[in-house]
Design a protein around this ligand. Sequence first.
Ligand code: PMP
Length: 364
Amino acid sequence: MGGVSARLEDLPLRADLRGQTPYGAPQAALPVALNVNENTHPVPQDVADDILDSIARALRDVNRYPDREFTALREGFADYLGHGLTREQLWAANGSNEVLQHILQAFAGPGRTAFGFSPTYSMYPLLTRGTGARWVSGTRGDDYTVSASDAAAQVADAAPDVVFLCAPNNPTGTPLGLDVVEAVYDATDGIVIVDEAYFEFAPADARSALTLLPGRERLVVSRTMSKAFAFAGARVGYLAADPALVDALRLVRLPYHLSALTQAAASAALRHAPVMLGMVDEIVTQRDRISATVEALGYTAHESWTNFVLFGGVDDPATTWRALYDQGVLIRDVGIPHHLRVTAGTTDETTAFLDALASVGSAA
Ligand code: PMP
């Protein structure tokens, strides 16, 4: 056979996928990569060694399929989250992206709709459409907040099967009050997902939607090990919900979807949760330093409860993005006019970003 590749138009692709764009944050090997909200602090060596021991033990049995119900890992997550949760209320998958996909596969799909307040996490529409469901965008206020009454009215109007509440929100950093979660829950018969991917970066007295789970069988709270836990490359996300809802996800997951190596690594990392999370305070300090410094340079920093800052007042985001790129600093143009988003890095990485931004000139 020849090496000529077919064109996408020539393939019998699903009609609803034609013209869609895949998730595509640039992966460039630049010295300072602050574009995908990772934790840029590496896993401490002694923890990495212990994780490696666990993986090595798991390797001895790798000829066998892993525990399909990842029981030990679910127990680990229940212990970590607290709130009286038990393993029947926990679910996990290869990143919270897959966790969200499982929910959509079970509760969205053809003829159904999922809803979120834009701008929000760019994967929600992609995951939704991937299951054949329709995505519906709601709106936020000028400062990207959404009030309980407005959110409930929009959700009641859209009558979606699944609602995404990103708390705090990516790409804006905006916190979301639990009053919004309660109001939205009461305004729909559908599934309400509170995506708490960045929850660990919120102020210490912030309340998690986990506190709202009792008595709300359609509520889901998703989390990830990719951000605060410095475990993005291991691909581990999880959720807490009513046991019946968790049970439904077993209908759509692939058998043995979490490899024995992933389960071993994640369980080991959870045993070291305090150390793994040890860098959160340092990252929050750098985040607040970014906000203060970009403001001093004449930009607007949006309030952030996450490990990143969305800043506005950028005359031409593509030009500023490129100028930073040329200085070895990778940040993210999230497509919001006159805005850019940057992840808080180590002190040195953050300094490199702030120096590069200052050298580009002041805000418009
Ligand atoms: N939710 C939000 C709001 C995110 O920003 C991200 C990652 N950028 C995810 C979920 C998915 O993360 P992961 O699949 O690595 O758990």
